[in-house]
Design a protein around this ligand. Structure first.
Ligand code: PLP
Length: 377
């Protein structure tokens, strides 16, 4: 049986969640836009899911939620709707689902793209970010939880400071690694927030963009006018209902899970051989991620060795495995050298992770780390 500790890449849906999705595939399969009672019933179910997902983190009178196909789509929708003139500011720690659209802003001549540096712990350097914001800034995007290191940005406080400097800025946050894991209520200064189902026990192919009601987006997809004309395409009803279910479970257990996973994170770190591994994740980061580096060794090789021994872990972001450089971009941005960036291993947990799995993972990581180090010296 494999030990799966790459939950920041994706999570395994529970059996109960899967059965719920099945109900919407095999029985309640009707088109939610159809004008007969079965269709209305599914439309009503979508409405409930929308409200349940939104109300967990935002005031429903001020915000609305648009279903999308994934976190990537939500980020793209947000960026290409609002970063259209002047300059747009983001951080060097963002996921490629923000960085690539920012590169496109520049390539297409839509807006100047500015990047704020990170601090050593992976969080954004707020003073330097603010220094990039001026009266020509139209859009600022700061991720909530960094997917490679696990650092948490206080997005409410940052949004407030950004708006003090330029009240016309539209503030977006990529909340894909935070939703259902880190407690938050969106402050009135946050305009847009991206979430994704498959990071919290939901299915792949469902995400959402939470947005301030008063903002008018430029829809990416136009057609049948679903989602109030903001995102056309027949809704993924089974995925959305299953997202709702997964979120109910995650939010109900949020603080209990956080405490337990924090203790696992620390147990893994304390159990690792510190002659092989250095810690990159900050103690005040997400309990769900422990990122270490086997400095001088290759993370990708250790990942394969772990895989052969029955342990699945990550090396930085799974989504950047096609990247041109093998070094973790984010780790370099934190100020670490290439040797450290090359040795990165990301161990990420889920509420299903057990203590036995943690103990076995420590054993495997120490064994392979010592083995490779011996062979390399
Ligand atoms: N943003 C962050 C911080 C992520 O970690 C990920 C997934 O790895 C994404 C965006 C992309 O989400 P999705 O896979 O739903 O497109």
């Amino acid at each position: 049986m494999m030990i799966y500790l790459d939950n920041a890449a994706t999570t395994k849906p529970s059996e109960a969640a899967f059965m719920l999705a099945k109900e919407y595939v095999t029985e309640k399969f009707y088109n939610p836009s159809a004008l007969y009672k079965e269709g209305f019933a599914v439309q009503g179910e979508l409405k409930k899911a929308r409200s349940a997902l939104l109300s967990k983190i935002a005031d429903e009178t001020a915000f609305e939620l648009i279903f999308t196909s994934c976190g990537t789509e939500s980020n793209n929708q947000a960026i290409f709707s609002f970063a259209r003139r002047g300059n747009a500011v983001t951080t060097m720690g963002e996921h490629s689902a923000v960085l690539s659209p920012f590169a496109e802003l520049k390539n297409k001549g839509l807006a100047e793209a500015r990047y704020s540096p990170l601090k050593k712990d992976g969080s954004v350097d707020v003073e330097k970010l603010l220094a990039l914001v001026d009266d020509k800034t139209t859009f600022v995007s700061v991720m909530h939880v960094n997917n490679e290191i696990g650092a948490i940005n206080d997005i409410n406080a940052i949004a407030k400071k950004v708006k003090q400097k330029n009240p016309r800025v539209i503030f977006h946050s990529d909340g894909v690694q935070a939703y259902g894991k880190i407690p938050v209520r969106l402050a009135k200064e946050v305009d847009l927030y991206s979430i994704s189902a498959h990071k919290i026990g939901g299915l792949k192919g469902v995400g959402a963009l939470i947005k301030r009601k008063t903002l008018v987006i430029a829809p990416y997809l136009i057609g049948g006018g679903q989602e109030n004309g903001k995102r056309s395409g027949t809704e993924n009803t089974f995925g959305i209902k299953q997202f709702e279910y997964a979120a109910q479970v995650k939010f109900a257990d949020l603080s209990k899970d956080s405490e337990r996973l924090k203790s696992y994170r620390e147990k893994v770190w304390n159990g690792l051989d510190h002659d092989v591994y250095v810690r990159l994740s900050p103690e005040n980061g997400t309990p769900y991620i422990l990122t270490v580096s086997a400095v001088g060794l290759r993370g990708a090789v250790l990942q394969q060795m772990a895989n052969d021994k029955g342990l699945i872990i990550g090396t930085g972001s799974a989504c950047s495995s096609n990247a041109k450089t093998r070094f973790s971009r984010v780790v370099l941005a934190c100020g670490y050298d290439e040797k450290t960036a090359d040795g990165v291993l990301r161990i990420s947990f889920s509420p299903e992770t057990t203590e036995e799995e943690i103990e076995k993972a420590i054993e495997i990581l120490n064994e392979i780390g010592r083995d490779l180090k011996r062979r390399m010296s």
